[in-house]
Design a protein around this ligand. Structure first.
Ligand code: AMP
Length: 461
């Protein structure tokens, strides 16, 4: 009997449940969304910010709210072994950005400070279509201005991005005001009075919400809770004059820029920091209510996180949900990875020349792929076909000796022999100047030539 131990196959790993790889095809969508967001944000004077993917856990318990689903059920937390500090992967962007605003004294900058981001976030949510445990959001924050014009402008920015991405007609803007803490407290008391005694018709979560934050019952998706919520007291009866006026002005400004909305008194949003305006863009195309993004005012958050009282407003859109909607709407993202030409070679001398040609082609903005391994010519051309390239340059030792190269039209199979020195120009002509990838990092970066104080001393010495 053989004494050899049976070698077990190494375990095959899968991505953890609820998280997903972004494969190249999907990246085409990510790229176009990032470009559009960056472009529209810059046009409106926003600057980009990135905060860490993890923060002290307390930032979120204090910022987002201890009793929100996001903090209570969905936070990924961990403690460091050495000092036992508790951290959390960020579930949303606003708390971290407000922390950064306070930490870096951004209140000293001209106000409001307008920031945007495109980042991954983490929530231990129940995975399903459009709901992941790591997902991406792009978002805008305007910190330091209470005017309703800011609310309208942020909504307009989001709406413009939806237009750009070809999904605007699938989305409905839902808007509401949840008032300031004062009118909200009044409202909470009225809701509590209304729901007490009706607990049997509420879901378990809402029974708990009734004690902690009855406003959240209005946001529940459970059918029985929704029916009950329809007859609940209306916020419009308790809202204070200032909050009413703010909301009215937001709506009038939206009218002025022709943005359609549905007033939805049931909309409260799941995060505690909101005040006054709240809004969401809903995709109702397949019957299911599905929010692709939302936001609102968070006038109390800066103070709550240790800064001075500062009004603010923001929005976050879900990238994965927007991609799904773009795909449902048959919007094709441009494929910028298309290979223009394949360079095939046989023999070491040919490989050297091929490498030189590839370098020159790439430098001129041609997407050029080379087979630098030892595959046969047939295999190399087969690979060129698989990449769907229109042209191939073919080079063997004989061609190198004669200073020639073969240019092959892959579709027709027609080949022409041209001097090696003319190959790059010829390829560019075939592809067309306008199709070149013109980005030139060396042309964009400049060296700072101003003299620094310490250098000035050296010059004088
Ligand atoms: P929220 O601030 O929680 O409303 O999130 C804003 C947007 O982010 C939502 O409208 C979704 O588009 C997206 N989003 C939130 N949670 C998830 C998730 N678990 N998976 C994918 N997208 C999400």
């Amino acid at each position: 009997m053989s004494k050899e131990k049976k070698v077990s196959k190494p375990e095959k790993f899968q991505a953890p449940r609820g998280v997903h790889d972004i494969l190249p095809e999907e990246h085409a969508y990510f790229t176009v969304i990032k470009k559009v967001v960056r472009h529209r944000a810059r046009q409106a004077g926003f600057r980009r910010i990135s905060t860490p993917v993890f923060e002290l856990k307390n930032l979120f318990t204090r910022g987002v709210g201890e009793q929100t689903d996001i903090v209570e059920k969905e936070l990924y937390t961990f403690a460091t072994k050495k000092d036992g500090d508790e951290y959390a992967l960020r579930p949303e962007g606003t708390a971290g950005i407000v922390r950064a605003y306070i930490q870096h004294g951004m209140n000293q900058l001209p106000q409001p400070v307008e920031l945007y981001y495109i980042e991954p976030f983490f929530r231990h949510d129940r995975p399903q279509k459009g709901r992941y445990r790591q997902f991406h959001q792009f978002g805008f924050e305007v910190i330091g201005e209470p005017d309703p014009g800011i609310d309208a402008q942020i909504i307009q920015l989001a709406a413009t991005i939806h237009e750009d991405l070809g999904i605007a007609d699938k989305l409905k803007l839902q808007i509401n005001t949840i008032g300031c803490p004062k009118c909200r407290e009044k409202f909470s008391n009225q809701l509590r009075d209304y729901f007490i005694g009706k607990e049997r018709s509420l879901c378990a979560n809402c029974v708990r919400r009734l004690a902690e934050n009855p406003l959240r019952i209005l946001d529940c998706k459970n059918e029985d809770c929704r029916i009950l919520a329809e007859n609940a007291p209306k916020f419009e009866n308790v809202i204070c004059e200032d909050c009413k006026d703010h909301h009215q002005k937001v709506l009038e400004l939206l009218d002025a820029v022709d943005i359609k909305y549905t007033e939805n008194p049931q909309l409260v949003r799941g995060l505690d920091y909101y005040a006054r305006t709240v809004f969401e863009f809903w995709n109702e195309s397949d019957g299911a209510q599905n929010s692709v993004g939302g936001g609102g005012r968070y006038d109390g958050l800066v103070e709550q996180l240790g800064g001075t009282a500062t009004a603010a407003c923001g929005y976050a859109g879900g990238v994965e949900r927007i991609i799904e909607l773009m795909q449902d709407s048959r919007m094709l993202a441009p494929d910028k990875d298309q290979i223009d030409i394949f360079v095939a070679q046989l023999g070491f001398g040919a490989k050297k020349v091929a490498l030189q040609i590839l370098t020159e082609l790439r430098g001129r903005g041609v997407h050029a792929l080379g087979a630098l391994g030892k595959a046969s010519m047939k295999d190399q051309l087969g690979k060129a076909d698989k990449f769907g390239v229109k042209y191939a340059l073919i080079l063997g030792e004989v061609e190198v000796r004669e200073g020639k190269i073969i240019l092959r039209d892959m579709a027709s199979g027609v080949q022409e022999v041209i001097p090696i020195g003319k190959a790059v120009e010829k390829v560019i002509k075939k592809i067309g100047e306008k199709n070149l990838d013109r980005y030139d990092p060396s042309g964009e970066l400049k060296k700072d030539t101003t003299v620094r104080p310490e250098e000035e001393l050296l010059i004088r010495d």
